[in-house]
Design a protein around this ligand. Sequence first.
Ligand code: GLV
Ligand code: MN
Ligand code: MN
Length: 413
Amino acid sequence: MVPLDLKIDGNRLRDSLEEMARIGATPGGGVQRLTLTDEDKQARDLFISWLKELDLAITVDAMGNIFGKRPGQNNDLPPVMSGSHIDSQPKGGRFDGILGVMGPLEVLRTLHANNIETKRPIVIVNWTNEEGSRFAPAMVASGVWAGALDLKWAYNRTDIRNKKLGEELERIGYKGNTACNKFPVHCYYEYHIEQGPILEREGKTIGAPKGILCLHWYDIYLEGEANQVGPTPMEGRHDALCAAAEMILKVNLLPEKMGGNMVATVGEIQNYPNSRNIIPDKVHFTVDIRSWDDDLALRAWEDVKQDFQAIADRRGCPLGMEETWRVEHSPFDEKLVQRVLNTAERLGYSNLHMVSGAGHDASYINQVAPTAMIFVPSIGGRSHVEVENTTWQDCEAGGNVLLHCILKSANEV
Ligand code: GLV
Ligand code: MN
Ligand code: MN
């Protein structure tokens, strides 16, 4: 029985997070560590150097996922796994993803420093391209690992400069030799910032989501007719950007119209040729729809698709729509979620049963092994922004909950 007074080293966790935050640091206090860029490589190299200090068995799979395995007393038993992602949004914060990698690293350092053996092995993981902002979709590498997405399809995903994911993986030296395939896992914990306002509003330190909303991503392509803006009369124009503007507002109104619990967002747009005195003849934008109710999200798409077609027809702008990616809502293992809540309670941290609106690799791992997440508050509910912040005290609290959840699971036979 491991005493509850075993604690992680909060200062060491903070130091690791601060060192990682220097890689791709932005002037606004955030990070830009887009997947498979030089910054991602630099952070991966640092992560691996830290894994080596703990004598972990390191493997890199064909999607660039990095695993570090600490042996248990019985290495035939499936391991307990914990991890998240090193990559960030273009103007991301210093906690999203990386806390869930530095957290289990701190847990392993604590076990190492205290010579604590566990019955089962423990695996720490960094999943490639969780964010999906450079290469859509998000969580692509955990999706391939879980068998939900195809490796070749993933390799051929392109970024805005037409670089392929597979080539970029190779360029940074992280296309590993191990097959990207699921292996037996006893259970998976992902430690993360909440990325929303609930914990702060409720005055709670630890959140345990009952699961993650479904995520549906679409790509919309519009064509128009380019022309000189001055001499071309307003009537008879085929302005692809105006068509997109109408469509974007339809997306914004969709949750209210569908009358259910969902959110819908257009976050990315490219306009061509993007000159102030040319009528736009090509637009690409994205649609993101999320709900706990997969059916509602699908009906919302069918509904807005009709609006898109009507707008495109009226404006004489040919329309292309791609159903890029869908992951169903993901209800976590109830016993494991309860373990997170109980562990928080026993350690004296206030806690809350909630839902995750943000997507996480845990969605796909949940298809393979019992899964739960540990959330800590995001100050002001802000995330995917440079000012994203969480107190060091809360980072430490979440780390302690992770430590004791991992220990409990790793000593189960
Ligand atoms: C992942 O970062 C998401 O889009 O929720
Ligand atoms: Mn994340
Ligand atoms: Mn994110």
